[in-house]
Write a protein that binds this ligand. Structure first.
Ligand code: PAF
Length: 288
C-alpha cells in the first residue's frame, strides 16, 4: 500500500492508473477504522481496479464544543488494517494540505441539510459537503463509497453530486453492527462499559418502530413519541426520532412506501446516530 501526504504525490500516482485505464474507487474516512469502514473498502474493491482511502479528521465539520480535539486518532492501527484489506493507496493529508488559510468557498446543500443532525449541529453538513467536494476534486474517483449509518450525510452527498454535476458514482453500503445490534462507529470508543450495554437500545427502538409501522394501527407521530419515551427511560437524552421518506427525508405520510427512521440520542457525553430503512411495498407485496 502506498501512503501519500500531499495532493501532488497522490495525483502523480492517480495519473498513471488513469492512463492505464484503471477504475478508481475512493473511500473517504476520518480514521479510527472499524469493521464498518473495512466493508466500504471491500465494496470498493469489487467495483474498481484501484482503491484509494483517505484519513482526514476534517475540522470544518465539527462545531464549537464538539469532539474535534478528542476524536480518536489511531494512524498506526488504521494503516495496518488498510494494508491487510489490500488498499492500494492511503491519502493522509495535513489540515494545511486540504484547506488554504484564505479559503473563501463553502458548499452548502440546502434542504436536506436543514433538519435532524443539520439542525442539532449547525454547519456540520456544510463542513462535510465542502471537504467531500474538495476530496472528489483532488482524487477524481469513478466511484465513491459511503456507509448508510450516516444516512443524512449520504443524502447530502448525493444531492451535492447531482446538483453540481460531479462525475462520480456514489455507492452506499449497509451499516455493520456489533452482535448487540449497536451500529459500528468511531464514537463508540467514548462509551463506558455500562453505556455500551444501554447503547444497543437505540437500534432496538428503531426495530420496534419499524415493526409498529409494518403492523399498522398507530399514527407515525404516536410511534415516534413512544420511541422517544423508550429512549429516555433507557437512559438516553434523545435528540430526534423521525419517520421519514427515504427519497428526501421529509416527514413520511401514510402514502409513502419507501421509509427510513432516523434517530439520534446522547448517552452520557456520546452522541449516537442510527437508522433503519425499509419498503412498505415490499412488505405488502402478495406472496408468490
Ligand atoms: O463519514 C465520515 O467519516 C466523514 O463525514 C467524511 C465523509 C469522511 C467527511 O469528512
Amino acid at each position: 500500500m502506498q501512503i501519500v501526504k500531499t495532493v501532488s504525490a497522490l495525483q502523480a500516482t492517480l495519473k498513471i492508473w488513469r492512463q492505464a485505464g484503471e477504475i478508481i474507487a475512493f473511500v473517504p474516512t476520518m480514521g479510527n477504522l472499524h469493521r464498518g469502514h473495512l466493508q466500504l473498502v471491500q465494496a470498493a474493491k469489487t467495483r474498481a481496479n484501484r482503491v484509494v482511502v483517505s484519513i482526514f479528521v476534517n475540522p470544518t465539520q465539527f462545531g464549537v464544543g464538539e469532539d474535534f480535539e478528542s476524536y480518536p486518532r489511531t494512524e498506526q492501527e488504521d494503516r495496518q488494517k488498510l494494508h491487510e484489506a489490500a488498499t492500494d493507496l492511503l491519502f493522509l493529508p495535513a489540515v494545511t494540505e486540504v484547506y488554504r488559510p484564505d479559503a473563501q468557498t463553502v458548499i452548502s446543500v440546502t434542504g436536506v441539510s436543514g433538519r435532524y443532525c443539520g439542525a442539532s449541529r449547525p454547519g456540520h453538513f456544510a463542513g462535510v459537503a465542502t471537504v467531500v467536494c474538495k476530496l472528489f476534486n483532488i482524487v477524481q474517483p469513478d466511484i465513491a463509497v459511503f456507509g448508510e449509518k450516516d444516512f443524512q450525510q449520504l443524502a447530502v452527498i448525493r444531492a451535492m453530486v447531482r446538483d453540481l454535476n460531479i462525475p462520480v458514482d456514489i455507492l452506499s453500503v449497509a451499516t455493520v453492527r456489533e452482535a448487540s445490534g449497536l451500529a459500528m462507529s468511531s464514537r463508540n470508543h467514548y462509551l463506558s462499559a455500562e453505556e455500551r450495554n444501554i447503547a444497543a437500545s437505540l437500534y432496538k427502538s428503531l426495530c420496534t418502530a419499524q415493526e409498529a409501522i409494518l403492523l399498522g394501527g398507530q399514527t407515525y407521530s404516536e410511534i415516534e413519541r413512544q420511541a422517544l419515551q423508550y429512549l429516555q427511560q433507557a437512559g438516553f437524552q434523545p435528540d430526534y426520532f423521525s419517520i421519514c421518506r427515504s427519497q428526501d427525508l421529509q416527514a413520511a405520510t401514510p402514502d409513502d412506501s419507501e421509509l427510513v427512521i432516523l434517530a439520534a440520542a446522547k448517552l452520557g457525553k456520546t452522541r449516537l446516530i442510527d437508522n433503519v430503512s425499509f419498503s412498505l411495498s415490499a412488505a405488502k407485496a402478495p406472496k408468490s
